[in-house]
Design a protein around this ligand. Structure first.
Ligand code: 13P
Length: 245
């Protein structure tokens, strides 16, 4: 099971102290099949890496530019820059970036550059409440996957994160049958169109220590992408514990 902490635009150097508890937890649960990945803001990546490099926690970034190495792109960070400072993962296509104008074609270019740089991609997809209301969810998901992964090779370096936009930060989560149906649908596309043998699909959207046990019981879910609840070490550890114990 994957547990990915997306800190979004939160956190400063002091927040790194909260990692101590999480490191201790991973050290005492060595035999459990869990993978913890932290995606702090860019400003904390280097400090995070120093702290976690000898632990069982992995580092990820929250986005990057599609230019693989460097170039005249003010304010941007390239996949190679992320790789060089110790990131193993990067979130691409988060709805909070899509809503600011990030297109499927940019997402596709970013995914290709990240994979070429040796980063693993956490590729986010998800429908809006309006699309869900119009029963367009699967059509939207399929389009996002096909466009995002167009001509992408080595797709085994990609984790899909299904994050319905209406569930992010709202406290609302899909019903079990709905989530199960959509996760299976995503896996089928990944198997049929992208020849992934064992695709991994995570769920994200208002995951917390109270609802995670039920969510984890849904067949097909390979982990969670956690926003708000991941900023508190106790909550994040509780999410892991409730899933695996
Ligand atoms: P919340 O867990 O705060 O709903 O955020 C989910 C998310 O966007 C993770 O990427």
């Amino acid at each position: 099971m994957y547990f990915i902490a997306n800190w979004k635009m939160y956190g400063d150097l002091k927040s790194l102290n909260s990692l101590n508890k999480v490191i201790k937890f991973t050290n005492t649960n060595k035999r459990k099949k869990i993978k913890l990945i932290y995606c702090p803001p860019y400003t904390l990546l280097q400090a995070f890496y120093k702290k976690i490099k000898k632990t069982r926690i992995f580092l990820g970034a929250q986005n990057c530019h599609y230019e693989i190495s460097s170039g005249p792109f003010t304010g941007s960070i390239s996949p190679q820059m992320l790789k060089r400072i110790g990131s193993s993962y990067v979130i691409i296509g988060h709805s909070e970036n899509r809503s600011e104008g990030e297109t499927d074609s940019q997402i596709n270019k970013k995914i290709k550059s990240c994979i070429e740089s040796g980063l693993k991609v956490i590729f986010c997809i998800g429908e809006s409440s309006l699309q869900r209301g119009k029963k367009l969810t699967q059509k939207v998901l399929k389009k996002q996957i096909l466009k995002g992964l167009l001509k992408v090779r080595f797709s085994n370096n990609i984790l899909l994160a299904y994050e319905p936009i209406w569930s992010i930060g709202t406290g609302n989560v899909p019903k079990n049958y709905e989530l199960n149906k959509n996760i299976n649908f995503i896996k089928q596309i990944l198997k049929n169109k992208h020849k992934m043998k064992n695709p991994k699909v995570l769920y994200g959207g208002s995951v917390n220590p109270k609802n995670v046990k039920n969510l984890a019981s849904i067949e097909g879910i390979d982990g969670f992408l956690v926003g708000g609840a991941s900023q508190n070490a106790k909550n994040f550890i509780d999410i892991v514990k409730k899933t695996i114990i």
